[in-house]
Each structure stands twice: as C-alpha cells, then as structure tokens.
Write a protein that binds this ligand. Structure first.
Ligand SMILES: Nc1ncnc2c1ncn2[C@@H]1O[C@H](COP(=O)(O)OP(=O)(O)OP(=O)(O)O)[C@@H](O)[C@H]1O
Ligand SMILES: [Mg+2]
Length: 406
C-alpha cells in the first residue's frame, strides 16, 4: 500500500447531477499527479465503462465471483484514447456489465470484502463513483470524518437538499459510532450514560420531533444538563472538524449558483445539522456541450487535446491556494455559530473565485479543483479530505475513539 494514499468518494444524494462525469475527469486530472484508480461503485448501471471506449477484460464480477484480486480488475486506457501516454497513471475498475443480483445488491459480507480490497489497492489516489441515494451501498463507502466530495448543481434544487442530507447522515453516523454502547470514549467521560446520550442523538436527528433541535441544540441541552462536562468539547470538536467539500456542476454564474445551490445547501446544514461544520467550496465545472458529446462518444472530454491553448497550470496552481481557509482552531468549536457570517463566507468565496477564474473553461475548472484538492491533502490531516482507508461498519467505533485521543 502507498504511503499517503487517499480514498476520495464522490457522492451527490440525488442522481443525474454529473457525479460520474465529474469523478471520471477528476480522476484523470489527479492521475497527472500520481497513480489514480477510479472505482465504479454504481453497480446497477455500470456507468463508468459506458463513458470510456476501452475494452474491459475484468471488472467487479471477476472480483466477487471469480476470485480475482481487485488490483487484477483495473483497466487502463487504450492507446487509441491516450496515444501520448499522458494518462498512463490512470486506471479504472468497472462495475459488472450486467445486473447480477448478489453483486448489484451487495450484502454486508461483500461490502466488507470490497472495503478491505479498496484499502489494499496500490495507488496514490482512489476515487469512488458512488450511486445516488442514501442506502448502505453509499454510506458504507463514505469517509467517517469528512464528506468526501459532494456534487450538486444550480439546475436541480432538490439535489442540493439531498446533498445536505448526505452530510446529515454522515455526521450522525459519526456521532452514533463515537457514542456506541461500549465505546472507549466513555472511559474519559465520567457519569455519562450511553442510553441518555443516544436518546439525545435520536432527538437531534428527528426533524419531526415536536420541538426539533439540531446538533447545536444538542450541545446546548448537554450543557444545561451536565454543566461544563468534557463531553461538550468532544461533541463540538466532532462537528467542528467534520469538513464538507463540495463542487458545483453546470455552474451558472455567482448570483444564480448562490441563490439556487450554495445558499439552500448552507442554510439546510445550518438548520438541520449545525453551524459549526466547515464547508469548503472546491470550485465548479461549467456546463458545456463538449462534455455531453464526449460522454456520448465515450471519449472522456479531457482526452480531447486542445492544442491551441497555452497551459495555464502554474497560474491555476497559484490561484487554487486562495480561500482555502484551512486553519481551524478548536477554541472556536464550543462558541455559538453566527448564521449570518456562515452564509456570508460562502458568497464571498464564490465571488472571489469567480474573479480569479474569469474566462475559465471546463479544462481549467478541473485543474483548479484538483489543485485545491492537492493543497488540502498537503495541509490537512488525512482524515480531513478523503481518508487513507475506509472503515468497515464493525471498525468505525474503535477507529473514531482512537482518533479522538490523538
Ligand atoms: N458540466 C456538464 N456540462 C454538460 N453536460 C453535463 C455536465 N455534467 C454532466 N453532464 C451531462 O449530464 C448527464 C448526467 O451526468 P452523469 O451521468 O455524470 O450524472 P450522475 O450524477 O452520475 O448520474 P447517475 O445518478 O445516473 O449516476 C449526462 O448526460 C452528462 O453528459
Ligand atoms: Mg453516475
């Protein structure tokens, strides 16, 4: 296994927002910086292979049914698609060509086996293209301490709300694992009963409760009942250091994208989850007919070389460092969040990035997002952007308690 490997899941909550298109071109762009494998975990529709006109010798069928290792099931690009070998470090693992019930609808045992195998993959970057929805086939492949990359688009407001539901599901999964009965965290939390914390977590999750509270309300209730107890900082930090990373697809200008995507997303998290989360806009991809056409022709759009343009990489790498705001202090975690400022930061970031990226096309968009990702990976803990491994459901509780100590 490679040192500093990062597994980066791409999810959206709702379908049709451009997850697969993004995951594919993002993985291709990352492959210019290190060995990258894209894994198609959307088992029902085998979408990745439909976007790449390259013969697939082995796919996840061979992993699940024929005893091949996952590494054996990696397909690299055909020389026709990549004649100069620019993307020699890119590979993908295709989902099965046809629906096969016990693969398409993996049971827990198969999911665990796949998680182990993904952890063992020999690559610097592993990008996961997830199916839409919020069932275990999605949730179990998401990181425990950050959101991976969420995609939504100003063109589909319902998808924006679904993306915020993904964050809610992940954060509650994290809290439930942290406070599971028997968890090691109770050793440093005197007098705290698992049943009462869990009842409170249930209440904070329940938007239908007659007096709903979000996680900030959850912290307030803990403070009222327990006073200045160490559990307050534990919960506040668990939320404050949960990082949400998003990309806007089919970007349509600052004002519209803010009103129809970024604002509802942020407001929804603020009201349903918490104003303590760190939300990071990684960038956007403009809508372009060439992207659509490339998908239909099964030649990834970034493989169509555009020789007229001068390579803007150095400038983009410089610009991508801005507005990352990576310094997060735990002293702020316990203070009450300010909703107005929470929204203002998002609008301000959108405007500044738009200023920086004037006239950028989709190629520059992908490069910019990749540079921002690389900066984040270099400056944050591994668990803050993707992670160096996925945890099986049975491992999450112990892993979180262990990380809490460090
Ligand atoms: N930036 C873009 N510009 C133009 N067309 C796009 C762009 N992004 C995606 N599309 C088109 O939108 C459609 C949906 O894209 P895609 O299949 O990537 O979405 P998805 O979220 O993976 O969907 P699913 O939920 O079915 O997996 C495709 O026809 C694709 O070509
Ligand atoms: Mg897809």
């Amino acid at each position: 296994m490679k040192a500093n490997k990062r597994i980066i899941p791409v999810s959206s909550g709702k379908g049709g927002v451009g997850k697969t298109t993004f995951a594919l071109n993002y993985a291709l762009s990352l492959a210019r910086h290190g060995k990258t494998i894209l894994v198609d975990l959307d088992m029902g529709t085998s979408s990745v292979r439909n976007l790449i006109d390259t013969p697939v010798e082995r796919d996840l069928y061979h992993f699940f049914k024929k005893g091949h290792t996952l590494g054996d099931c990696v397909t690299t690009l055909d020389a026709r698609l990549d004649p100069a070998g620019d993307y020699a470090d890119f590979g993908f693992i295709a989902a099965p060509r046809d629906v096969i019930d016990d693969v398409t609808n993996m049971d827990a045992r198969r999911r665990d086996a796949l998680i182990d195998a993904i952890n063992e993959l020999d690559a610097q970057y592993v990008v996961l293209d997830l199916k839409s929805g919020l069932d275990p086939a999605v949730i179990d492949f998401l990181p425990v301490s950050n959101s991976g990359i969420l995609i939504f688009t100003p063109h589909l407001t319902a998808a924006t709300l679904a993306a915020s539901q993904v964050v809610k599901a992940m954060l509650f999964r994290k809290l439930r694992a942290l406070f599971a009965k028997g968890s090691e965290v109770y050793a440093s939390l005197p007098g705290l009963a698992p049943s009462s914390v869990n009842a409170l977590i249930d209440r904070a999750e329940d938007a239908y409760h007659p007096q709903p509270i979000n996680l900030d309300g959850f912290i307030d209730v803990l403070r009222q009942t327990l006073g200045d107890h160490p559990v307050l900082r534990l919960v506040a930090n668990a939320i404050h250091f949960f990082r949400v990373h998003f990309v806007l697809n089919m970007f349509s200008g600052v004002e519209e994208s803010y009103e129809t995507a970024v604002r509802p997303f942020t407001e929804n998290l603020l009201s349903k989850v918490s104003g303590r989360l760190s939300i990071m806009n990684l960038g956007w991809v403009v809508a372009h007919e060439q992207i659509n056409r490339a998908n239909a022709r099964r030649v990834p759009v970034l493989l169509n070389r555009d020789r007229q343009r001068k390579d803007p990489s150095a400038e983009l790498a410089r610009l991508a460092r801005r507005y990352l705001g990576t310094r997060s202090s735990s002293t702020r975690a316990l203070s009450r969040p300010d909703p107005a400022q929470y929204l203002a930061v998002q609008l301000d970031t959108l405007r500044r990035m738009d200023d920086d990226l004037k006239n950028a096309g989709f190629r520059e968009n992908f490069k910019y997002i990749v540079y921002r990702s690389l900066h984040l990976m270099a400056s944050l803990r591994v668990s803050d952007f993707g992670d160096d491994r996925l945890f099986k459901p049975s491992e999450i509780s112990a892993a979180l308690a262990r990380r809490q100590r460090h």
